[in-house]
Design a protein around this ligand. Structure first.
Ligand code: TYD
Length: 207
């Protein structure tokens, strides 16, 4: 069954679209997220996002994301796919390439090797990128109040992450669907649904 992931910078609207798609698909889908799709992952998420976590090195950060991912793939993603359900994951390997690779400057080849180890080489059938200009995304996040470790990063960090996503997409355009995250929420959802139906990725719901 299809494995679909959602990606984008802070405030791009991907979590909203991920939730709406999961709601619309109901029983035929499994929704999960990284970090924090499992109980163990929730504990890792706490460490990763808490502004009180100071001094975490970029490599340690990367490995914690992959620990969360290995757990999520084993506990939620593979069992969901094996049960014949569409699996929708809010962030996946491409987040590590964009944030830890392009954002923090860690070598992308090493990240790809870790992905092979942590996921057994499981790649999404489609990566949905909710693309927004950095000022739009950060503007939305700014209105949400409390900031996590990433939301508090400098503007240039988010610029690198967004450019990273666009570069990853340009290298393998057939694996990606880019949606305009600045557009109206309902319009984005309609485009998402239509694109998935066209690609036959909605399981039974698309027929
Ligand atoms: P997320 O829960 O998607 O938060 P938000 O809804 O605020 O975007 O992701 C939490 C943060 O973790 C987000 O700032 C991106 C970061 N992240 C990485 O840096 N690398 C990763 O591999 C993943 C999965 C997330």
């Amino acid at each position: 069954m299809p494995f679909i992931t959602f990606e984008g910078i802070e405030g791009c609207g991907k979590s909203t679209q991920h939730r709406r798609l999961a709601e619309r698909l109901g029983e035929s889908a499994v929704a999960t997220k990284e970090p924090g799709g499992t109980a163990i992952g929730q504990a890792l998420r706490q460490v990763l996002l808490d502004p009180a976590t100071r001094g975490l090195t970029p490599t340690a950060e990367l490995l914690l994301y992959f620990a969360d991912r290995a757990q999520n793939v084993a506990e939620v993603v593979r069992p969901g796919l094996d049960a014949g359900r569409v699996v929708l994951c809010d962030r996946y390997v491409e987040s590590s390439l964009a944030y830890q690779g392009y954002g923090r400057g860690l070598p992308r080849e090493a990240i790809r090797r870790l992905a092979e180890l942590a996921t057994g080489g499981l790649r999404p059938d489609l990566i949905v990128l909710l693309d927004v200009p950095v000022e739009v995304g950060l503007g939305r996040v700014g209105r949400r109040g409390a900031h996590d470790r990433f939301e508090a990063e400098e503007r240039e960090f988010h610029d690198r992450v967004r450019r990273g996503y666009l570069e990853l997409m340009a290298a393998e355009p057939e694996r990606w669907l880019r949606l305009d995250g600045a557009a109206n929420e309902d319009a984005v959802f309609d485009s998402l649904w239509a694109a998935l139906a066209e690609r036959g990725l909605l399981g039974g719901a698309g027929r």
